[in-house]
Design a protein around this ligand. Sequence first.
Ligand code: AMP
Length: 415
Amino acid sequence: MNFETFNFHPPVAAGVAAAGYITPTSIQARAIPQVLRRRDVMGLAQTGTGKTAAFVLPILNRLMGNKKGCIRALVMAPTRELAEQIHQAVKTLGCKTRLKSTSVYGGVGINPQIQNLKRADIVVACPGRLLDHIGRRTVDLSQLDVLVIDEADQMFDMGFLPDIRRILTHLPRNRQTLLFSATMPAEIRRLAGDILRDPVTVQMGATAPADTVSHALYPVAPHLKTALLLKLLGNTRTESVLVFTRTKHRAKSLGKNLSLAGYRSTSLQGNLSQGRRQAAMDGFRDGTFQILVATDIAARGIDVTRVSHVINYDIPSTPEAYIHRIGRTGRATRSGEAFTLITGEDREMVLAINRIIGSQVEQRTLSNFDYSSPVRIPDDCPQWQRKPHHQFYALKKGRNKKTSRLNDHIPAKRP
Ligand code: AMP
């Protein structure tokens, strides 16, 4: 199958070519014809499957043939990063269409958004700021034709469902609605029941992760996690690496420690200003940073095609979060690896992950790693040797009671 099957208007077909897509992904092959037929769609798909283009392309195609000068498509996304990413995808795929897309989210000035909203055909928005615009009457959604709710389960996790329902009261009833979610908690099922009319369900392999990803678990004592991570990084040929931690604080601290160990790394977590979040994302995307350490929420929907490895420094709190995290590697046709560091406390979650993957994930140990070490960094780690020693001491001096557990890997003496 190729994209000609969809018979897109020439400017939309030109956008497909500009993006370099040759063959539709499975979700595109299944969802695009339904969206073109104006059916409501319930898309069960994780990121990395090509779902953005699965809704963007048929929407662009539809808007090409319609009246201009008002907002006809609204895409709702849970995070600013995802909203920006979808907006960029619309810009790329729609580069020959003259349709205008704009993004709307908090943390940046509202006035430029007000101007852009006056000219937009497609709006990609996070719920909070969109409600703000609705309250100020700076957005007119009365001519809306298509609504997309992307990553609905994440919207729910982040407490956005009441906002979504409020926004829905401002939209025309006679519209097409597309709802995408990687998992189907009861609340999303209910939302789908309330807002979709006779929907077609397009499901991508239940909730199983992309089969382009291979998985491995690395048992380790909590205080040796950073040492093991460094060893793993030293032993493995990687392109871009995304590392997940449980908390913002751990993301920040680990990002710093990886930089001290000589890696080009940064962190992405909710405490950063929008400018710094963007800089971290841009730097990771363009390769300035090889490693991005992030929390689940901050990393949601990150689309960096060269992510060769996702490393769970902390195991995720649900099997669904595992699926989301590893959805960042093995994207489209590339393959990737997902490593998870596990401690004695993670036994239950390991069982749950095995269940959702449908097989026992391989447990690995590193032959050249000292698992009995009290706190030491491995001596032969080349990245550490490259760094001047005073940096370790500077970091050690700065540690306080609250962070000392996290920094336990910092050697008391020079390695
Ligand atoms: P998504 O799941 O929408 O986040 O897309 C994942 C990645 O796959 C993005 O980098 C897209 O640009 C890429 N992609 C989407 N559709 C295709 C396609 N048909 N061929 C090749 N790459 C694609």
